[in-house]
Write a protein that binds this ligand. Structure first.
Ligand code: NAD
Ligand code: 3PG
Length: 392
């Protein structure tokens, strides 16, 4: 049996899937895979046995991707698995930014005793809000979450302007044609009444929203952060709120500096915390993990190229290597020199790394033993794995 190590509360749907596919969960210290959510892996020792790390969720800034890539460990996430959950909480937050719902609930609860209805009717004027219809929503990042938020805001009769210079074709298809595409982020910051950020935390995106960007916003603007702590400079947001340069800041990431601020609403990182999102993400994660460990197919990796081919031969060899010239010819020569016939060879590269998946039928035990060690001697090969098709 193969062991998978887990961190965080992973939905039982995902864990059951693994158990049904002959995996043990957390039974020893030499797992083949790790399945996690937001656990910070940067300071954890990751066992040498690990071949795959799967994030049941979108953001993977909690995983030491660069180090794992060098070790040939494939890192996955589950894009879109929790996007609807984040969309719904973002929409709720837009309403909280437009209407003083939280204060009004507090007030209603304080008016116990006597003629409650009279007192609430007299004082409700203090809880008047505004409407979202007709206002402009700026969406920064139009990926799985941002595209859903943007499309749904149109149904609320908002005007929507989006910014995403790295939009991929799949997501682009999903974006409603009524959404205005900004050429630069400044255009969004200046035009929008509500600004919501849905981008990953990377070195480049650290403090993407800082005092300079807030200075471009309308002083009546509302800023929403359901991305990550560190994408918005919270201290800059707080200073702008204090100086009446920003109206409200809603964030899903608690920060000591923001507690008890009257213009801040904090939720405890619950954007993806719905039953449905946790089930979907965990099941996607479990399937991707099993698929890689048993067939070599890579689906939704964040550090290696995806290759997803039907496993129709008896064997496969997956070779993780650097993306440098002459690798495919050296690999195919290696198989030829060792009298092993290649039925199919797939190769893809992304950034500094590449993956070659070789399909084989006739593969003697001696050849298999030899390939396992000798392929690794080709310069720039990082890791080699062999896969056996039990259904062949
Ligand atoms: N609060 C939560 O619980 C929760 C849940 C899910 C996701 N998230 C966060 O939201 C982020 C986005 O999630 P997603 O599923 O939409 O990811 P995604 O990968 O589908 O989309 C991210 C988009 O951001 C764009 N982007 C990157 N940098 C940008 C920049 N500087 N300016 C404009 N666009 C930029 C990318 O091109 C991509 O289209 C995740 O990385 C994660 O950190 C939080
Ligand atoms: O990036 C994500 O998917 C979200 O931040 C969800 O995180 P969680 O799995 O810890 O709820």
């Amino acid at each position: 049996m193969t062991t998978i190590k887990t961190y965080n509360a992973i939905s039982t749907i995902g864990l059951d899937y693994l158990k049904q596919h002959d995996y043990e969960i957390n039974t020893n210290d030499s797992p083949k895979g790790i399945l996690l959510r937001s656990q910070n892996l940067h300071n954890e020792k990751i066992a040498a046995s690990v071949r795959a790390v799967v994030r049941a969720g979108a953001g993977f800034n909690n995983i030491p991707v660069d180090d794992l890539s060098k070790r040939g460990v494939v890192v996955f996430n589950t894009p879109g698995g929790n996007a609807n959950a984040v969309k719904e909480l973002t929409l709720a937050s837009l309403i909280l930014a437009a209407r003083p719902v939280i204060g009004a609930i507090g007030f209603a609860n304080e008016t116990r005793g006597g003629d409650v209805s009279l007192r609430t009717e007299v004082s409700k004027g203090g809880y008047r809000g505004t409407e979202l219809a007709g206002k402009t929503l700026g969406v920064i990042g139009l990926g799985n979450v941002g595209s859903k938020v943007a499309n749904t805001a149109l149904a609320l009769d908002m005007d929507v302007i989006g910014y995403d210079p790295g939009l991929n074709a799949n997501t682009a298809w999903r974006i409603d044609r009524h959404i205005l595409h900004a050429k630069n982020v400044q255009e969004v910051l200046k035009k929008a009444d509500y600004i919501t950020v849905h981008i990953p935390l990377t070195d480049k995106n650290k403090f993407f929203i800082d005092s300079d960007s807030i200075a471009l916003m309308k002083p009546t603007a509302a800023l929403l952060n359901f991305s990550r702590s560190g994408i918005v400079n919270d201290l800059a947001a707080k200073a702008a709120l204090d100086d009446d340069k920003l109206r409200v800041y809603i964030t899903d990431f608690a920060d000591e500096a923001l507690f008890d601020h009257p213009k801040v609403i904090i939720t405890p990182h619950i954007g993806g915390s719905t039953v449905e999102a946790e089930d979907t993400s965990a099941l996607m994660a479990a399937r991707q993990l099993d698929e890689y460990l048993t067939t070599g197919n890579i689906i939704n990796s964040v550090n290696y190229p995806d290759i997803d081919e039907p496993f129709i031969t008896k064997y496969r060899v997956g070779i993780i290597h650097e993306n440098v010239p002459n690798m495919i010819s050296q690999i195919s020569k290696f198989f030829g020199d060792n009298d092993i016939n290649i039925e199919q060879l797939s190769n893809r590269a992304v950034g500094a790394y590449a993956y070659t998946l070789v399909a084989i039928n006739d593969f003697s035990d001696t050849q298999q033993e030899y390939v396992k060690t000798a392929l690794d001697d080709i310069p720039h090969v990082i890791l080699t794995r062999r896969y056996v098709n039990e259904n062949y």
